[in-house]
Design a protein around this ligand. Structure first.
Ligand SMILES: NC(=O)c1ccc[n+]([C@@H]2O[C@H](COP(=O)([O-])OP(=O)(O)OC[C@H]3O[C@@H](n4cnc5c(N)ncnc54)[C@H](OP(=O)(O)O)[C@@H]3O)[C@@H](O)[C@H]2O)c1
Length: 255
């Protein structure tokens, strides 16, 4: 019987694959038989991801700085040409966080976080959501956050960028359904990655302990988010589009 979760013969672009969640997403894709095109800026870290992929030879590294939004169309076109085959989707994991209360935020900082977390994702979707780049049935996944679904003091810019992805996925799901493309978000709670480490350093131990207690199943691992992205990329999710899959160890249940 065919495994509905298999990614056999599927080519998936993974942004943010040089670290944390993105690295684990690339590994999960390779474990499910897919081909991962891994991206980020840090080539050394991308190589570390590449080294742990199953059947290395079929995967590829494509370093790219997503702050260069105007170059995204040409970059995607070059990927399709270089590897002689269209995409079956992407997982946009690249992102940055920012802890700053409203009265200290300036609009340049808001621009920066919106550009990477939101606009780069939309630009990827705009060009990957084209039959010249992606095959019929492709699945596009944005890594949003529970922060995009609720308020978090000191994280206005981050929360807004993640909420914008959730909203974009809904509209794009309707617009792109004519190509049988699906667009979904994953909203993780706190996951053990270098990004969380940064967060811990800013908040301090005491405040982190209070936060951690709000997670009935504890803090997540990158592989918990990766498994959900495999599901959304696979045939098993063929009737799911425009939705946000919350993967948060029960954090939002208590709200
Ligand atoms: N960890 C959490 O608790 C948590 C919770 C909810 C949602 N998320 C979301 O999950 C995603 C992954 O986060 P993470 O925790 O795995 O963070 P991470 O370990 O800090 O990874 C961030 C990734 O983004 C890439 N990136 C940053 N700036 C980039 C740029 N200009 N161009 C291209 N790539 C860039 C980094 O690669 P390079 O440095 O190589 O460019 C890195 O691979 C993010 O969108 C984050 O908001 C995380």
């Amino acid at each position: 019987m065919r495994d509905p979760f298999s990614l056999n013969n599927k080519t998936i672009l993974v942004t943010g694959a040089s670290s944390g969640i993105g690295r684990e997403v690339a590994i999960a894709i390779s474990n499910q038989g897919g081909r991962a095109i891994i991206s980020g800026r840090d080539e050394m870290e991308l190589n570390k991801t590449y080294e742990v992929l199953e059947y290395k030879e079929k995967h590829a590294i494509e370093a790219y700085d997503l702050m260069n939004i105007d170059g995204i169309q040409a970059w995607l076109t070059s990927i399709v040409k270089k590897y002689d085959g269209k995409l079956d989707g992407f997982v946009h994991c690249a992102g940055m966080s920012m802890l700053k209360p409203l009265f200290l935020l300036n609009h340049h900082e808001i621009d920066k976080i919106m550009k990477l977390n939101f606009q780069a994702g939309v630009e990827l979707l705009k060009h990957a959501g084209n039959p010249k780049i992606s095959l019929k049935g492709s699945s596009f996944v944005f890594i949003s956050s529970v922060a995009g679904m609720m308020g978090e003091p000191g994280a206005l810019a981050y929360c807004s960028s993640k909420a914008a992805l959730i909203s974009a996925a809904k509209t794009a799901a309707i617009e792109l359904a004519r190509f049988s493309y699906r667009v979904n978000c994953i909203a993780p709670g706190m996951v053990k990655t270098p990004m969380l480490q940064q967060y811990e350093e800013t908040l301090g131990e005491e405040q982190m302990e209070v936060l951690k207690r709000k997670f009935p199943l504890g803090i997540g691992e990158p592989k918990d988010v990766a498994a959900s992205s495999v599901f959304l990329l696979s045939e098993a999710a063929r009737w799911i589009t425009g939705t946000t899959l919350v993967v948060d160890g029960g954090y939002t249940c208590g709200k």
